[in-house]
Design a protein around this ligand. Structure first.
Ligand SMILES: Cc1cc2nc3c(=O)[nH]c(=O)nc-3n(C[C@H](O)[C@H](O)[C@H](O)COP(=O)(O)OP(=O)(O)OC[C@H]3O[C@@H](n4cnc5c(N)ncnc54)[C@H](O)[C@@H]3O)c2cc1C
Length: 298
Protein backbone atom coordinates (compact mmCIF):
# COMPACT_ATOMS: atom_id res chain seq x y z
CA UNK A 1 0.00 0.00 0.00
CA UNK A 2 1.09 3.58 -0.55
CA UNK A 3 -0.21 7.07 0.08
CA UNK A 4 -1.68 8.47 -3.17
CA UNK A 5 -0.24 11.97 -2.78
CA UNK A 6 1.90 13.47 -0.07
CA UNK A 7 -0.98 15.43 1.51
CA UNK A 8 -3.25 12.39 1.86
CA UNK A 9 -2.84 10.04 4.81
CA UNK A 10 -4.90 7.06 3.64
CA UNK A 11 -3.75 4.00 1.70
CA UNK A 12 -4.35 3.46 -1.99
CA UNK A 13 -4.19 0.14 -3.80
CA UNK A 14 -4.48 -0.38 -7.55
CA UNK A 15 -6.25 -3.39 -9.08
CA UNK A 16 -7.16 -4.73 -5.66
CA UNK A 17 -9.12 -8.04 -5.84
CA UNK A 18 -12.51 -7.42 -4.24
CA UNK A 19 -13.06 -11.12 -3.51
CA UNK A 20 -10.95 -10.44 -0.40
CA UNK A 21 -13.54 -7.97 0.89
CA UNK A 22 -16.87 -9.63 0.08
CA UNK A 23 -18.58 -12.25 2.21
CA UNK A 24 -19.27 -14.38 -0.90
CA UNK A 25 -15.50 -14.34 -1.54
CA UNK A 26 -16.03 -13.51 -5.21
CA UNK A 27 -15.49 -10.42 -7.35
CA UNK A 28 -12.82 -9.08 -9.68
CA UNK A 29 -10.46 -6.17 -8.95
CA UNK A 30 -11.25 -2.55 -8.19
CA UNK A 31 -9.28 -0.15 -10.35
CA UNK A 32 -8.55 1.92 -7.25
CA UNK A 33 -9.16 0.99 -3.63
CA UNK A 34 -8.81 3.61 -0.91
CA UNK A 35 -8.67 3.14 2.85
CA UNK A 36 -9.03 6.62 4.38
CA UNK A 37 -7.11 7.63 7.49
CA UNK A 38 -10.18 9.46 8.82
CA UNK A 39 -13.13 11.56 7.65
CA UNK A 40 -11.03 14.65 6.89
CA UNK A 41 -8.63 12.58 4.82
CA UNK A 42 -11.52 10.96 2.95
CA UNK A 43 -13.05 14.35 2.12
CA UNK A 44 -9.67 15.49 0.75
CA UNK A 45 -9.28 12.26 -1.27
CA UNK A 46 -12.76 12.60 -2.82
CA UNK A 47 -11.88 16.10 -3.98
CA UNK A 48 -8.98 14.68 -6.01
CA UNK A 49 -11.26 12.40 -8.07
CA UNK A 50 -12.62 13.24 -11.51
CA UNK A 51 -16.33 14.15 -11.30
CA UNK A 52 -17.31 11.13 -13.42
CA UNK A 53 -15.23 8.57 -11.47
CA UNK A 54 -17.53 5.67 -10.44
CA UNK A 55 -17.54 5.34 -6.64
CA UNK A 56 -18.40 2.39 -4.45
CA UNK A 57 -18.46 2.63 -0.68
CA UNK A 58 -17.71 -0.74 0.82
CA UNK A 59 -18.21 -1.86 4.42
CA UNK A 60 -18.02 -5.56 5.20
CA UNK A 61 -19.12 -6.57 1.70
CA UNK A 62 -21.89 -8.77 3.11
CA UNK A 63 -24.64 -7.62 0.77
CA UNK A 64 -22.98 -7.11 -2.58
CA UNK A 65 -22.23 -9.30 -5.58
CA UNK A 66 -19.23 -7.89 -7.46
CA UNK A 67 -18.93 -9.42 -10.93
CA UNK A 68 -15.86 -11.30 -12.09
CA UNK A 69 -14.62 -8.36 -14.19
CA UNK A 70 -14.50 -6.19 -11.07
CA UNK A 71 -15.24 -2.51 -10.55
CA UNK A 72 -13.88 0.08 -13.00
CA UNK A 73 -13.82 2.90 -10.49
CA UNK A 74 -12.76 3.74 -6.94
CA UNK A 75 -13.76 1.77 -3.87
CA UNK A 76 -13.83 3.51 -0.49
CA UNK A 77 -13.24 0.91 2.19
CA UNK A 78 -14.64 2.14 5.49
CA UNK A 79 -14.26 -0.91 7.72
CA UNK A 80 -11.74 -0.39 10.50
CA UNK A 81 -11.01 3.16 9.34
CA UNK A 82 -14.05 5.31 10.04
CA UNK A 83 -14.48 3.62 13.39
CA UNK A 84 -15.30 6.19 16.08
CA UNK A 85 -18.03 5.09 18.48
CA UNK A 86 -19.21 7.08 21.49
CA UNK A 87 -22.05 7.43 23.92
CA UNK A 88 -23.66 10.86 23.96
CA UNK A 89 -24.82 12.63 27.12
CA UNK A 90 -28.44 11.65 26.57
CA UNK A 91 -29.55 8.22 25.33
CA UNK A 92 -27.79 8.72 22.06
CA UNK A 93 -24.97 6.86 20.39
CA UNK A 94 -22.76 8.40 17.74
CA UNK A 95 -20.91 6.09 15.38
CA UNK A 96 -18.92 6.41 12.19
CA UNK A 97 -19.94 4.31 9.20
CA UNK A 98 -17.06 1.82 9.44
CA UNK A 99 -18.13 0.56 12.89
CA UNK A 100 -19.42 -3.00 12.66
CA UNK A 101 -23.02 -3.68 13.63
CA UNK A 102 -21.86 -6.26 16.18
CA UNK A 103 -19.52 -3.78 17.88
CA UNK A 104 -22.24 -1.11 18.07
CA UNK A 105 -24.76 -3.58 19.54
CA UNK A 106 -22.36 -4.82 22.21
CA UNK A 107 -21.15 -1.33 23.08
CA UNK A 108 -24.73 -0.11 23.53
CA UNK A 109 -25.66 -3.16 25.62
CA UNK A 110 -22.68 -2.65 27.95
CA UNK A 111 -23.58 1.03 28.30
CA UNK A 112 -27.16 0.11 29.32
CA UNK A 113 -28.66 1.43 26.10
CA UNK A 114 -31.36 -0.78 24.59
CA UNK A 115 -32.79 -0.94 21.09
CA UNK A 116 -30.08 -2.19 18.75
CA UNK A 117 -29.49 -5.71 20.10
CA UNK A 118 -30.88 -6.99 16.78
CA UNK A 119 -27.79 -5.62 15.01
CA UNK A 120 -25.46 -8.00 16.86
CA UNK A 121 -25.77 -10.84 14.35
CA UNK A 122 -25.75 -8.74 11.17
CA UNK A 123 -22.25 -9.08 9.68
CA UNK A 124 -22.08 -5.57 8.23
CA UNK A 125 -20.99 -2.05 9.07
CA UNK A 126 -23.33 0.71 10.22
CA UNK A 127 -22.81 2.40 6.81
CA UNK A 128 -24.05 -0.74 5.09
CA UNK A 129 -26.89 -1.08 7.61
CA UNK A 130 -27.99 2.50 6.84
CA UNK A 131 -27.78 1.92 3.07
CA UNK A 132 -29.81 -1.31 3.31
CA UNK A 133 -32.08 -0.48 6.26
CA UNK A 134 -30.76 -3.72 7.72
CA UNK A 135 -33.01 -5.45 10.18
CA UNK A 136 -33.66 -8.62 12.11
CA UNK A 137 -35.86 -10.02 14.88
CA UNK A 138 -38.42 -7.24 14.36
CA UNK A 139 -35.89 -4.38 14.53
CA UNK A 140 -34.82 -2.09 11.68
CA UNK A 141 -31.87 0.29 11.53
CA UNK A 142 -33.73 3.43 10.54
CA UNK A 143 -36.29 3.25 13.36
CA UNK A 144 -33.35 4.21 15.64
CA UNK A 145 -31.80 6.97 13.52
CA UNK A 146 -31.89 10.48 14.95
CA UNK A 147 -29.71 11.99 12.24
CA UNK A 148 -26.91 11.10 9.84
CA UNK A 149 -23.96 13.00 8.50
CA UNK A 150 -23.22 12.43 4.81
CA UNK A 151 -20.28 13.17 2.57
CA UNK A 152 -20.47 14.01 -1.12
CA UNK A 153 -17.77 13.80 -3.78
CA UNK A 154 -16.88 17.46 -3.29
CA UNK A 155 -15.90 16.50 0.24
CA UNK A 156 -18.82 18.42 1.75
CA UNK A 157 -20.48 17.16 4.92
CA UNK A 158 -24.24 17.51 5.32
CA UNK A 159 -26.48 16.77 8.27
CA UNK A 160 -29.67 14.89 7.40
CA UNK A 161 -32.66 13.50 9.28
CA UNK A 162 -34.84 10.46 8.46
CA UNK A 163 -37.35 12.84 6.83
CA UNK A 164 -34.80 13.40 4.03
CA UNK A 165 -35.06 9.71 3.01
CA UNK A 166 -37.65 7.34 1.65
CA UNK A 167 -37.23 4.34 3.91
CA UNK A 168 -38.85 0.95 3.37
CA UNK A 169 -38.10 -2.73 3.99
CA UNK A 170 -34.42 -3.24 2.98
CA UNK A 171 -34.63 -0.08 0.90
CA UNK A 172 -33.38 3.48 1.42
CA UNK A 173 -33.56 6.29 -1.12
CA UNK A 174 -32.23 9.73 -0.44
CA UNK A 175 -30.19 12.57 -1.87
CA UNK A 176 -28.03 11.20 -4.69
CA UNK A 177 -24.23 11.31 -4.60
CA UNK A 178 -24.14 11.41 -0.80
CA UNK A 179 -22.77 8.61 1.33
CA UNK A 180 -23.17 7.93 5.05
CA UNK A 181 -20.26 9.17 7.10
CA UNK A 182 -21.76 8.82 10.57
CA UNK A 183 -24.99 8.25 12.42
CA UNK A 184 -26.57 9.33 15.65
CA UNK A 185 -28.89 6.70 17.12
CA UNK A 186 -31.68 7.27 19.63
CA UNK A 187 -31.73 4.45 22.19
CA UNK A 188 -33.57 3.69 25.42
CA UNK A 189 -32.35 3.06 28.94
CA UNK A 190 -31.92 -0.68 29.44
CA UNK A 191 -30.43 -3.15 31.84
CA UNK A 192 -26.98 -4.20 30.53
CA UNK A 193 -27.38 -7.88 31.42
CA UNK A 194 -30.88 -8.00 29.90
CA UNK A 195 -29.51 -6.41 26.69
CA UNK A 196 -26.62 -8.88 26.60
CA UNK A 197 -29.01 -11.78 27.19
CA UNK A 198 -31.14 -10.61 24.24
CA UNK A 199 -28.02 -10.52 22.07
CA UNK A 200 -27.11 -14.08 23.08
CA UNK A 201 -30.64 -15.23 22.30
CA UNK A 202 -30.62 -13.59 18.84
CA UNK A 203 -27.21 -15.12 18.01
CA UNK A 204 -28.35 -18.59 19.09
CA UNK A 205 -31.43 -18.31 16.89
CA UNK A 206 -29.17 -17.50 13.92
CA UNK A 207 -26.89 -20.41 14.66
CA UNK A 208 -29.87 -22.76 14.61
CA UNK A 209 -31.38 -21.53 11.32
CA UNK A 210 -28.59 -20.11 9.13
CA UNK A 211 -25.50 -21.63 7.49
CA UNK A 212 -23.17 -19.37 9.50
CA UNK A 213 -19.49 -19.60 8.60
CA UNK A 214 -19.99 -20.50 4.92
CA UNK A 215 -19.43 -17.75 2.32
CA UNK A 216 -22.80 -16.15 1.52
CA UNK A 217 -24.46 -12.75 1.55
CA UNK A 218 -27.28 -13.75 3.88
CA UNK A 219 -30.73 -13.55 2.36
CA UNK A 220 -30.49 -13.11 -1.40
CA UNK A 221 -34.11 -12.08 -2.00
CA UNK A 222 -36.39 -9.73 -0.08
CA UNK A 223 -39.41 -11.36 1.51
CA UNK A 224 -42.49 -10.61 -0.60
CA UNK A 225 -45.42 -9.03 1.26
CA UNK A 226 -47.04 -11.59 3.57
CA UNK A 227 -44.68 -14.44 2.71
CA UNK A 228 -41.09 -15.62 3.00
CA UNK A 229 -38.69 -15.93 0.09
CA UNK A 230 -37.13 -19.01 1.74
CA UNK A 231 -40.50 -20.78 1.91
CA UNK A 232 -41.21 -20.09 -1.77
CA UNK A 233 -37.73 -21.25 -2.84
CA UNK A 234 -38.04 -24.44 -0.84
CA UNK A 235 -41.57 -25.08 -2.16
CA UNK A 236 -40.18 -24.77 -5.71
CA UNK A 237 -37.80 -27.65 -4.91
CA UNK A 238 -34.64 -25.58 -5.16
CA UNK A 239 -32.85 -26.42 -1.91
CA UNK A 240 -29.41 -27.82 -2.74
CA UNK A 241 -29.57 -26.79 -6.45
CA UNK A 242 -26.23 -25.71 -7.96
CA UNK A 243 -24.64 -23.66 -10.70
CA UNK A 244 -20.92 -24.37 -10.76
CA UNK A 245 -19.62 -23.74 -7.25
CA UNK A 246 -22.76 -21.88 -6.09
CA UNK A 247 -25.45 -23.76 -4.19
CA UNK A 248 -28.84 -22.96 -2.68
CA UNK A 249 -28.25 -23.68 1.01
CA UNK A 250 -29.84 -26.88 2.28
CA UNK A 251 -30.24 -25.17 5.66
CA UNK A 252 -31.85 -21.85 4.67
CA UNK A 253 -33.24 -21.74 1.12
CA UNK A 254 -32.84 -17.94 0.76
CA UNK A 255 -29.06 -18.27 1.22
CA UNK A 256 -26.74 -19.06 -1.69
CA UNK A 257 -23.43 -20.55 -0.63
CA UNK A 258 -20.06 -20.38 -2.33
CA UNK A 259 -18.99 -24.00 -1.86
CA UNK A 260 -15.36 -23.08 -2.56
CA UNK A 261 -14.73 -22.30 -6.19
CA UNK A 262 -17.81 -20.31 -7.20
CA UNK A 263 -17.46 -17.36 -9.56
CA UNK A 264 -19.74 -14.32 -9.47
CA UNK A 265 -21.13 -15.66 -12.77
CA UNK A 266 -22.15 -18.96 -11.07
CA UNK A 267 -23.92 -17.04 -8.31
CA UNK A 268 -25.66 -14.72 -10.80
CA UNK A 269 -26.86 -17.71 -12.86
CA UNK A 270 -28.22 -19.41 -9.75
CA UNK A 271 -30.00 -16.23 -8.61
CA UNK A 272 -31.60 -15.95 -12.06
CA UNK A 273 -32.64 -19.61 -12.05
CA UNK A 274 -34.12 -19.40 -8.55
CA UNK A 275 -36.07 -16.24 -9.47
CA UNK A 276 -37.45 -17.76 -12.69
CA UNK A 277 -38.33 -21.12 -11.07
CA UNK A 278 -40.14 -19.50 -8.13
CA UNK A 279 -42.11 -17.30 -10.53
CA UNK A 280 -43.16 -20.33 -12.61
CA UNK A 281 -44.01 -22.32 -9.50
CA UNK A 282 -45.90 -19.79 -7.39
CA UNK A 283 -46.42 -16.73 -9.60
CA UNK A 284 -44.39 -14.56 -7.19
CA UNK A 285 -41.60 -12.42 -8.66
CA UNK A 286 -38.85 -12.26 -6.05
CA UNK A 287 -36.72 -9.12 -5.84
CA UNK A 288 -33.05 -9.47 -4.92
CA UNK A 289 -31.94 -7.78 -1.71
CA UNK A 290 -28.26 -8.01 -2.63
CA UNK A 291 -26.68 -5.12 -4.60
CA UNK A 292 -25.08 -6.03 -7.94
CA UNK A 293 -21.80 -4.26 -8.66
CA UNK A 294 -19.95 -4.07 -11.94
CA UNK A 295 -22.65 -4.26 -14.57
CA UNK A 296 -24.15 -7.72 -14.13
CA UNK A 297 -27.76 -7.76 -13.08
CA UNK A 298 -30.09 -10.56 -12.20
C1 LIG B 1 -24.59 -14.55 7.20
C2 LIG B 1 -25.29 -13.24 6.89
C3 LIG B 1 -26.41 -12.89 7.60
C4 LIG B 1 -27.07 -11.68 7.33
N1 LIG B 1 -28.18 -11.35 8.07
C5 LIG B 1 -28.82 -10.19 7.81
C6 LIG B 1 -29.98 -9.82 8.58
O1 LIG B 1 -30.40 -10.51 9.50
N2 LIG B 1 -30.60 -8.66 8.27
C7 LIG B 1 -30.16 -7.85 7.27
O2 LIG B 1 -30.76 -6.79 7.05
N3 LIG B 1 -29.07 -8.17 6.54
C8 LIG B 1 -28.39 -9.31 6.78
N4 LIG B 1 -27.29 -9.64 6.04
C9 LIG B 1 -26.87 -8.76 4.94
C10 LIG B 1 -25.83 -7.69 5.33
O3 LIG B 1 -25.04 -8.12 6.42
C11 LIG B 1 -26.49 -6.35 5.65
O4 LIG B 1 -27.22 -5.85 4.56
C12 LIG B 1 -25.45 -5.29 6.07
O5 LIG B 1 -26.12 -4.14 6.49
C13 LIG B 1 -24.50 -4.92 4.94
O6 LIG B 1 -23.47 -4.11 5.49
P1 LIG B 1 -22.03 -4.06 4.82
O7 LIG B 1 -21.18 -3.14 5.58
O8 LIG B 1 -21.51 -5.45 4.64
O9 LIG B 1 -22.41 -3.45 3.41
P2 LIG B 1 -21.72 -3.77 2.02
O10 LIG B 1 -22.09 -5.14 1.56
O11 LIG B 1 -20.30 -3.41 2.07
O12 LIG B 1 -22.52 -2.72 1.10
C14 LIG B 1 -23.91 -2.91 0.86
C15 LIG B 1 -24.44 -1.66 0.16
O13 LIG B 1 -24.33 -0.56 1.05
C16 LIG B 1 -23.56 0.48 0.46
N5 LIG B 1 -22.77 1.13 1.52
C17 LIG B 1 -21.87 0.57 2.36
N6 LIG B 1 -21.38 1.51 3.20
C18 LIG B 1 -21.98 2.68 2.86
C19 LIG B 1 -21.89 4.01 3.36
N7 LIG B 1 -21.09 4.33 4.39
N8 LIG B 1 -22.66 4.97 2.77
C20 LIG B 1 -23.49 4.67 1.74
N9 LIG B 1 -23.61 3.42 1.22
C21 LIG B 1 -22.86 2.44 1.79
C22 LIG B 1 -22.67 -0.23 -0.54
O14 LIG B 1 -22.20 0.66 -1.54
C23 LIG B 1 -23.62 -1.28 -1.08
O15 LIG B 1 -24.47 -0.73 -2.04
C24 LIG B 1 -26.60 -10.83 6.30
C25 LIG B 1 -25.46 -11.19 5.59
C26 LIG B 1 -24.79 -12.38 5.87
C27 LIG B 1 -23.55 -12.73 5.10
Amino acid sequence: MSAPTSSLRGELRLDEPLARYTSWRVGGPARRFYRPADATDLAAFLRTLAPEEPLLWLGLGSNILVNDEGFAGTVIHTLGRLGTLERLRDQGLRAECGVSCARAARFAARAGLAGIEFLAGIPGTLGGALAMNAGAHGGETWTRVRKVRTLNRLGQIKERTPEDYHIAYRQVEGPSEEWFLEVELELEPGNPSACQERIRDFLERRDRTQPIGLPSCGSVFRNPPGDYAARLIEAAGLKGEREGGAQVSTRHANFIINTGEASARDITRLIERVGATVERHSGVKLRPEVHFIGGETA
